[in-house]
Design a protein around this ligand. Sequence first.
Ligand code: ADA
Length: 563
Amino acid sequence: MYAYPIYPERNTQSLDGIWDFSFLGSDAPKLESVNPKGIACRELAAVPGCFDAAPKYAGRRGVGVYRRSVEAPAGVRLRLRIGALGLRGRILWDGREIGLNELPYSLQEYEFDSGSSSRHELVILIDNRLDFADTPLFHHFYDFYGYGGIYRSVELETLPEKARFGRVRVETLDLSGRVLVSGTLGGGFAEISAGFDGAAPKKVDAVFNGEEFSFEAKVPSPALWSPDSPNLHLITLKTGSDTVIERFGLRTIRCEKGELLLNGQPLRLRGYNRHDAHPQFGPAMPDELWIEDLQILRDLGCNFIRGCHYPQSQRFLDLCDQLGFLVWEESLGWGDSVEVQSDPKFRRLQVEQTVNMVKASINHPSVILWGFMNESGDDKEVGASLLRELAAAVRAVDRSRPVTSASMHIRTSIALDVFDVVSFNLYPGWYEGDNTADPRPLDRIAPTLDEVLARLNTKELRDKPLILSEIGAGAIYGWRDRVAGIWSEEYQADYLDAVCAYFRRKKRLTGLALWQFADGRTYAAGGVLGRPRAFNNKGTLDEYRRPKLAYDVVKKHFGGSGK
Ligand code: ADA
């Protein structure tokens, strides 16, 4: 179950576990036309889980039917919470559609009436076929595998009849512990009381506009949140018969004179791009793997994770809050073409999923940057206009965190003014030229980065922090080579050595996110520099988290403690 928010007075049950399952294959009709009534589900599948990561249907595309029975009282209002699914889902409660989910990797909630009995049937239909009209957010060759399944936990909650809280946000106003508490209140206004860190809630003077309430408060014993001291606070709010407990951190994050300041102190971000990916589970990561990945990142000396390329699990962000990692969270998008970016449904869902992500993760102190549209067409007006729209939509919900997007057109982008932090992906000494014919491809790294930094040294951009948001080279685990040829662990180790040494020298760079943490399944593509094994092999660890030679090199630069 999710850690926060907690609604202690609601009856909440986890629906994770083994569900009945049936795979209808690739010829199944569109999800909207599937009638699950007569379909026998004689197989079993894990939730969370991906049917096409499991051996029987590995690599298959089509419709999967997940079904289970659920006990819930008759005549009550319920809320179903699905941490994430993909690529597309249709949800039915006692045969009645309660939701159509077109936002892969997004937390979604559905409210509905339980009906007249106490034993119910929940069906989730999942489609993993790549079809632009149906799944515009994940439709073609993205450089990570598009799995079918219920990626993250499922929960069912009985809602109180009268006044009930929606999400509550706690925003740090200053470092003395002053906070602004706001949220939505449904079902009629009742008095609100609040207490911090377990203290008994006391009545507060909240402003209420019919839908939202807000009030200012001071945390009685404030302790700031930072990577070195990841202190967390709790707030308990009560109204009528509903209570919510949210966890938050006191911290500020802002940009000033080319730097990123956490609680007023300049940051240097050392870290990795990390996918939720494992060959046996796809993106349905067991908790153990999250903890292990974070232990590895800590061992390497990282303080920063770019959660590429989709909204992160709330559970994972809870762990980052507790352990003191700094996270760039971004919505789903990957090198989408001008045609894709011109599509009205694509644009609408981009805004919807991005706002959804910001609202879901609003209280995580670990999240310090919002991102979207990885490697979009920011060199063309259609892409730039979408980036502007997304930045405005994010800022309308949250002005307390900077906004960025990883550009692959850093030399020709027409959208850098949109961002608070300028971020760019570059692969000098890898894609730029034919490495096999160049005796010294690594020598290109420093001059290429110098040239880009010089270009960004303009009046408009000088005051924006810069992040090198992707850079790296591929290595096949176990491929050792005395001449350090391409795809060898030696070449990758030398490459990351040069990149990290450059980053340590160049203080103008606020952050470095190496590409990438671990190898991940994708699709075979593109010649000598393509995707051998149909994996993106630029991980410092392989897909089973076995370290390559580069591991110790990065650890040396990032100051890994081994603790
Ligand atoms: C891109 C992209 C990554 C990955 C990487 C690579 O910049 O953002 O998802 O595909 O390049 O390995 O080339």
